[in-house]
Write a protein that binds this ligand. Structure first.
Ligand SMILES: Nc1ncnc2c1ncn2[C@@H]1O[C@H](COP(=O)(O)OP(=O)(O)OP(=O)(O)O)[C@@H](O)[C@H]1O
Length: 383
């Protein structure tokens, strides 16, 4: 059942067009995570749902009701911000019960709601403390508890974990996912953190310059990006892009010349009949698809490189490799950098010469307009 619906939302800040015809349907109980580069309109979208920003045109529906012109307090939502915005002079219990007190609910109901939320968030022993006596993680739990006590129809989260250290963030991520399972509420969540997006979302929505580029289940977006922007945005380390040119296109097979490398490869493509020879294309190779040596099965592309930096993370090893004349996109100062992600590989050192290869079945190809025209074949596990 559709729970939150944004219909053709446009938002101008003065002359600046911050949201451009945004359409989004959120089902009851979904966990939507909105991602995108800084300034792309994520927070604005969240604030328009909350009613903290008016929209220039379009409609917002929550639970079958057109709330476009309703006050924030009447929309049945609760929002948790990056800054916890707790009242310093109130106890934890008073902070958590404040919304209900303002709504003039009976004291017994407030106490029961605070107790329930505190039990869920495991802060029952902190209720008499003041915010300054709490750790960052505990404060954020109080802020979430304040949202829970109001039994909202929809939770909105604006980067709620970004002020916490890495360990606490991981813990809170698990707790928020558990909370979502327990409450079964609709949650809409903005983050810059890829891991949060990939692990918490039932659906990720990728924003760019005020539009939605693509939405879908996390792994589906990762494996089937609609375009170069989404492929470049999801994935850490980031996908490698190489400039290329279309030589010819025949029987669904594109002959593609890699710029600078003198290498020509053949890639099966989907609908690319509108693309002419000599058109500029971009080849994409995920860091985990690059193999050392020419070991990639059906190695379609292989080249020599020099290791510039080795990052050993225990579970995995990341190599940053300069690879001669090939023209990678987005690398600093015109150098050609490839990122290679290996399992826990030891024995590599800066300055070392290596050979890299990738198989045809692991390549992405993007058209002149950025649209995905070829993507890796899905791996079908043999039983
Ligand atoms: N109150 C405002 N007045 C004018 N422009 C604004 C206002 N709020 C946001 N903007 C502009 O609208 C655009 C979208 O802002 P928004 O805060 O939604 O981005 P965001 O995707 O949440 O970014 P970030 O990830 O950096 O928080 C930005 O270019 C921003 O500068």
């Amino acid at each position: 059942m559709t729970h939150v619906q944004l219909i053709d939302i446009d938002k101008y800040y003065g002359g600046y067009h911050a949201l451009r015809s945004v359409n989004l349907s959120v089902d009851k109980g979904e966990f939507i995570v909105m991602v995108g580069p800084s300034g792309c309109g994520k927070s604005t979208t969240l604030k328009t749902i909350a009613g903290l920003e008016t929209i220039s045109s379009g409609e917002i529906w929550i639970n079958g009701r057109n709330v476009t012109r309703e006050e924030p307090g009447d929309r049945g939502i609760a929002m948790v911000f990056q800054s916890y915005a707790l009242y310093p002079h109130m106890t934890v219990a008073e902070n958590m019960g404040f919304g209900l007190k303002m709504a003039k609910r009976p004291q017994a109901e407030i106490e029961a709601a605070v107790k329930r939320a505190a039990d869920i968030l495991r802060i029952s022993d902190q209720l008499d403390k003041r915010p300054k006596q709490l750790s960052g993680g505990q404060r954020q739990r109080v802020a979430i508890g304040r949202a829970i006590t109001r039994s909202p129809e929809v939770f909105l989260f604006d980067e709620p974990l970004s002020n916490l250290d890495a360990a606490l963030r991981t813990q809170m991520r698990v707790e928020l996912s558990t909370l979502h399972q327990q409450l079964g509420s609709t949650m809409i969540y903005v983050t810059h953190d890829q891991v949060e997006a990939m692990t918490m979302a039932s659906r990720i929505v990728v924003f760019n310059k005020g539009i939605i580029e693509q939405e879908g289940a996390p792994l589906n977006l990762y494996h089937n990006p609609a375009n170069q922007f989404v492929a470049g945005f999801l994935g850490a380390p980031r996908i490698n892009f190489i400039n290329a040119k279309l030589v010819s296109l025949r029987d669904g097979l594109a002959e593609v010349a890699l710029e600078g490398g003198g290498t020509t490869i053949r890639v099966p493509v989907g609908d690319a009949s509108d693309i002419r020879a000599e058109a500029s294309l971009t080849l994409g190779i995920r860091p985990e698809s690059l193999k050392i040596g020419s070991s990639a099965a059906d190695a379609a592309i292989s080249f020599d490189g020099k290791v510039r930096l080795v990052e050993q993370l225990g579970r995995e090893t990341i190599l940053y490799v300069d690879a001669g004349p090939l023209a990678t996109v987005g690398s600093e100062s015109g150098t050609c950098n490839f990122t290679v992600q290996l399992g826990n590989a030891t024995g590599f050192s800066a300055g070392e010469q290596i050979k890299l290869s990738a198989s045809t079945s692991s390549l992405y190809l993007f058209g002149p307009d950025g649209r995905t025209i070829s993507r890796p074949k899905p791996i079908i596990a043999s039983l």
